[in-house]
Design a binder for this molecule. Structure first.
Ligand SMILES: [Zn+2]
Length: 153
C-alpha cells in the first residue's frame, strides 16, 4: 500500500471519527451554564439553574435581540432580523446553538463549545496535513513535522 493511499485512508477514518464524535457531542447531556457570544466576545455567561425569569436585550448596529429566560430555559424571544431563524429555533435544548446570523449573536451551552471545536479541528488538521503532503512530498512532510515538534519542545 502506498503512503499516499495510507494517508487518504487515515484521513477518511479521522473524518469519520470527527463526524460521529460531533453527533455524539451534540446529543450528549449538557450542563445548565449558557453563554451568549457576539463576534467571539462572551457577553453573558449565566447558570440557568439559578437565573430568575427575565429578558435580556442585546443590541448590534442598532438592531435588538431579546433573549428570554423562563423556567430555567432560554430562547430568542424577538429579533430585528429578516429571517427569524433564531426565534424559530425556540428553546435551547441541545448543543446546537441558537444563532442569529445578521446580528452575529450565538446562544449556546457553555460547556459544549470547546468539545465541538476540538472535533472540528481534528477534521481540519487532517486535511491540512494532507495538503502539505501534496505540495511538498513525503520527505518534506516528515521534515516539516519534525521541525514543528522541535519548535514546541
Ligand atoms: Zn435572527
Amino acid at each position: 500500500m502506498s503512503k499516499q493511499k495510507f494517508l487518504i485512508i487515515l484521513c477518511a477514518v479521522i473524518f469519520f471519527i470527527g463526524i460521529t464524535g460531533s453527533i455524539f457531542l451534540l446529543n450528549r447531556p449538557h450542563g445548565t451554564w449558557i453563554e451568549s457570544v457576539q463576534d467571539n466576545e462572551v457577553l453573558y455567561r449565566l447558570d440557568l439553574a439559578d437565573e430568575e425569569n427575565q429578558q435580556i436585550e442585546i443590541e448590534y448596529e442598532g438592531r435588538v435581540n431579546v433573549v428570554q429566560i423562563e423556567n430555567h430555559k432560554v430562547r430568542m424571544l424577538e429579533a430585528d432580523c429578516p429571517d427569524h431563524i433564531c426565534v424559530n429555533m425556540r428553546w435551547l435544548d441541545s448543543s446546537v446553538p441558537i444563532v442569529c446570523l445578521l446580528n452575529h449573536l450565538v446562544i449556546q451551552f457553555a460547556d459544549m463549545s470547546s468539545d465541538i471545536d476540538a472535533a472540528v479541528n481534528a477534521v481540519f488538521m487532517c486535511f491540512f496535513h494532507e495538503t502539505i503532503m501534496e505540495q511538498h512530498g513525503w520527505s518534506d512532510y516528515i521534515e516539516l513535522t519534525k521541525s514543528r515538534q522541535a519548535e514546541k519542545l
